[in-house]
Design a protein around this ligand. Sequence first.
Ligand SMILES: Cc1cc2nc3c(=O)[nH]c(=O)nc-3n(C[C@H](O)[C@H](O)[C@H](O)COP(=O)(O)O)c2cc1C
Length: 326
Amino acid sequence: MWKEVRLLLRGTYRIISGLNGFAYDFKRFLFYGGWRENLSDMEIRNYNTVMAYHGLEKSLSFKNRNPTSGWGNAERVFLRLKIAKMAGDYGYHDKAAKQVLMKFLSLPENIELEKSRKMILEMNSMEFDSDDVHGAILYPLSNYKMGILKHPEDFFLSRYSLREFREDIVPQEQIKRALKLAMKTPSVCNRQAWHVFHSNDSSIIKKALSYQNGNRPFGDKIPNLMIVTTDLKAFFAGSEHYQHWIDGGLLSMSIMYALHSLGIASCPLNWSQTPKRDKQLRKAINISPNQTVIMMIAAGYPKDVNKVCSSTRRPLEEIFSNIELK
Ligand SMILES: Cc1cc2nc3c(=O)[nH]c(=O)nc-3n(C[C@H](O)[C@H](O)[C@H](O)COP(=O)(O)O)c2cc1C
């Protein structure tokens, strides 16, 4: 009888704390989400612009494109470029957008149109350009083949979460190299709404980990710590209310694989925390309020001899089935 009451109370508590978490997330979406589409905010405009110019990039990349398509996105990009020009404040995606729109307007089917000429004229007076190549690029099969691993099992099955590292700190250049690799992670419309905070300062790491509940008893010996966040400003539609978790989770996994490819071990550290804990971390660490904390990642070099949890995987049959119509 008491056991049942205890279970019921525990379940009720969990539902209430879940509701508290949903309410907190909703409040953050309301305050910091990009749903207002305030295009005079440079960051919101950039996330919003990439949605439009990425549509054009897709249109440019199809072999048999409809020659009349893409104008909706072209006009959206053009409006945002005009706002960037007026603000005199441009981000990466503003510059990329200008190049993509220029390529779209220069297509044989568009270049002679009056509206294209007007847009190009105005864009020529915009004093910002990107150094990267945007739009659609030819990508030969040989480049795809460069990604084929001789022994993929060696790479994937040799990554383990490591919790006890060598004492020496991983140099920041190595961390940055891993992050550059990890940034090839796909993100919704290529918005890349990520931020990674990094420290190798033991007092800062100690402070950050004091709010995290999965680092005992190894937290005090972690050489490098990252906090992965995603920017709520990048998400506009109500249906995108979970997108920041997805994009941030994908980046986090890429970071761990990138570290692994460089001989650096890591351990993901969960941030499934209560609103109270999340607020406490934000009080102690400088994280702008529009950034959602996805997780922390501990990193360091493996020792000569390491002991890890075997953490074996379920049989594939338990997680695999064919897609079937009902
Ligand atoms: C989102 C996430 C949060 C995690 N949080 C913790 C944590 O707080 N502490 C910890 O020791 N391990 C944590 N882990 C590591 C898991 O326990 C580990 O990935 C799992 O057992 C599989 O083992 P493997 O990574 O060695 O393959 C976390 C993993 C993930 C993906």
